[in-house]
Design a protein around this ligand. Sequence first.
Ligand SMILES: [Zn+2]
Length: 298
Amino acid sequence: MPTYVSFYLDDVAPYVASGGELLPVDASALVDVLEYIRQEGIRGAISVIPGMYTLLLRPKNSHERRFAEVVARLGEYPVDPHMEIMTHQNLFDFSRMEQTDGPSEAEWLDDPEVGVEEYKRYFLDTIIAGRELGVRYTGLSTPGTHPDMNPKVWEALLRLAEEGEFPNSAVPVFATIEEGDVPMEPRVRARRDKFVVLDMPSGVWDYLASWRNSPDWVNVDHYVDGEGGGHLASLIKAGSFMAIFHMHWQGLNPQTGLGWKPFQEMIGRLKSMFGGMIEWKRPSEIALEFAKGGGPSW
Ligand SMILES: [Zn+2]
């Protein structure tokens, strides 16, 4: 069986933070990435965050409007829109449609005091905001990594799946990075009848410039080196059910990111060295395949 390969592209927004300022990244950069994905036949998930740095539902200028227009066309490409929650910053007040001054969504996910209903309501409000932008979320990428996330998050997502708020019965979640854990497959975090919520970790740290957009964090060999080594390579060679990596818009976007060219080089190496051993799938497709009984430990 081939190893299913996929990616999460996080923090996608019309601006990137750089040295204390916000730099606009044009919608054409996102189109370039999407066209490349389509041409190369690769698949993955792209975070759509309605309220990061601005409220995309209410664009303030033509730059933001163009970005929202491209986001609304994601369905034309082989990518999953992932919810990386409403702001990736402080909690959002949906009654006033503005960000509060804290706590952050990242802290809130780990807070043991938060109940299932509160998570469910907030996720649903974000799903509704996504729909207004023209996207239907298939899963969740968490802002930051969450090895000790409040388990009620899984239950809230399961209930939303049961109520038909996700398009599929299997919901993939990217909450942790587990580099060096070989082989890799999804982990069941909540399950009832045909509905399942799966933790689907990235198996490699982001060495495509990362959220820092730093040359110190560019290393294609870290994924696949000239001798067929590297972390993605080892997942594939071990016959893993899946090999998923994650990237950040700050480092990957073709306009300001130092990771855009290295990313293409990495894809080239994957194809030439492991093309016959892998199959590209969106995270939601991997989740559904696993839930059908395709995974070793299901
Ligand atoms: Zn993020």
